[in-house]
Ligand binder design. Structure first.
Ligand SMILES: Cc1cc2nc3c(=O)[nH]c(=O)nc-3n(C[C@H](O)[C@H](O)[C@H](O)COP(=O)(O)OP(=O)(O)OC[C@H]3O[C@@H](n4cnc5c(N)ncnc54)[C@H](O)[C@@H]3O)c2cc1C
Length: 395
């Protein structure tokens, strides 16, 4: 078997992997980025919504080529669609700002890694890791069908939601059923929708998740749904929820489907460990998706940057103790937020349509700039005192 030597091997060329490779290479390390698919960014398995706020931190300059639409804010609809909460881009968080063209976006990020000197291999899945003396020391790669050995001081697993590398390395990122949201999305054309907003629908139309419409301009949009796995009883149910929603909305029903995407997101608190001797997990592989929004692009990029920088510090001592600096950075940034959002997600999933309608009615009448959990609860208490008990634990 042919053998190659690198300082850092990054497995998976999504946003997390490309950013990790870019920052590790910037520090002068010899870096290899391997991707199992023949083309980066294809097929797209994403609704493509992101905010602008985090891009500066990871030195990404917005480019016309990978922005399909600019978005001013988000609209969240109550189950009966009578109440609409309108949020500006700043208030809405991760999912508004741009609707991307990820085919180009992911390629652009990979080009940033290449510019810093990282090598990139396509059609090159990692099929096993090399483990010696309790350390991960590289991986076996099927490079264009030929098995080769890549020895590396540090492996960064950026192989996404279905990450096998984490499992091979013995890191526990197993998800409970209730913390997995199964998704189906259509790219639709010739539909009518307010194009400068992303649209979110909650309640029994998407149990334990939500339905989204992310406009891509020219009367096109990603129209998708995520349903919590523990709310599903039979195969095909997620698609049936989406079809029923489209059937009930003439502005969508008149359109045509030009692409179908399926996938899943995690909606869990952070795992206990995302590093071990010789290995770090980033992005979806580290379960960094936000438990409420299901957004993970920004967190994948930021965690990739963190991992690349820590790799540069630990390359001569890739022990878990050294790599724990990366784990600490991730925990400091997201542990509390994800735990809180996970709790709120669990709460929202337990509410009936009737309760959600009342809650949304109250919120839609609040001054959204001053909105806070306590403020909402006070307004709920005034208008629907019988509901307040249901929300007490949120305090
Ligand atoms: C339906 C859907 C809608 C979404 N919508 C949004 C959204 O609007 N906004 C948002 O922020 N997030 C969204 N997400 C989440 C977002 O797509 C992910 O969080 C993001 O892509 C994570 O980046 P990543 O680099 O960690 O993983 P990925 O982008 O999944 O990249 C992993 C890469 O690793 C490769 N790979 C896997 N195994 C191997 C292997 N063994 N060897 C080599 N390569 C391998 C894969 O081919 C892939 O290219 C959505 C997800 C889904 C499923």
């Amino acid at each position: 078997m042919k053998s190659y030597e690198y300082d850092v091997l990054v497995i998976g060329a999504g946003p997390g992997g490309s950013m990790a490779a870019r920052y590790a290479a910037r520090h002068g390390l010899k870096v290899l980025l391997v991707e199992k698919r023949p083309e980066i960014g294809v097929p797209v398995r994403c609704a493509e919504g992101i905010s602008r706020a985090w891009m500066e931190e990871v030195e990404i300059e917005p480019q016309e080529k990978w922005i399909d639409a600019e978005i001013d804010g988000a609209k969240i609809y109550s189950p009966d669609e009578r109440s609409v909460v309108k949020l500006s881009a700043e208030q809405a968080g991760n999912e508004v700002g741009f609707v991307l063209n990820r085919e180009y976006f992911d390629k652009y990020l990979a080009s940033l890694a290449a510019k810093e000197g990282a090598d990139i291999w396509l059609k090159s899945p990692a099929i096993a890791i090399i483990k010696e003396d309790g350390y991960v020391r590289g991986a076996i790669i099927r490079k264009f069908g030929e098995k080769v050995e890549v020895r590396a001081k540090i492996v960064i697993a950026a192989d996404g939601f279905e990450s096998q590398v984490a499992r091979w390395a013995g890191l526990n990122t197993v998800l409970r059923e209730r913390d997995v949201v199964s998704c189906v999305q259509y790219r639709m054309t010739n539909i009518d929708i307010e194009e400068n907003f992303t649209h979110f629908y909650i309640g029994s139309c998407a149990p334990g998740g939500y339905l989204w419409i992310f406009p891509k301009g020219r009367k096109e949009a990603n129209v998708g749904i995520g349903v919590a796995l523990n709310k599903l009883r039979e195969p095909g149910e997620v698609k049936r929820y989406l079809d029923a929603f489209i059937d009930a909305h003439p502005n969508l029903k008149k359109g045509s489907i030009i692409q179908i995407v399926t996938g899943a997101v995690s909606t869990c608190p952070l795992p206990k460990r995302i590093v071990d001797n010789g290995i770090m997990l980033v992005g979806d592989a580290a379960r960094l998706i936000d438990p409420i929004t299901g957004g993970g692009i920004a967190n994948a990029c930021i965690s990739g940057k963190y991992a690349g920088e820590v790799a540069a510090k630990c390359v001569d001592n890739p022990s878990k103790e050294c790599l724990e600096e990366y784990q600490e950075m991730v925990k400091k940034r997201w542990e509390r937020k994800h735990l809180r959002n996970w709790f709120v997600k669990e709460k929202l999933a337990s509410l009936s349509d009737d309760t959600l309608n009342k809650l949304m009615e109250v919120i839609s009448q609040e001054d959204i700039k001053k909105i806070s959990v306590r403020g909402i609860l006070e307004a709920v208490q005034k208008r629907y005192p019988e509901l307040i008990e249901e929300f007490e634990d949120l305090l």
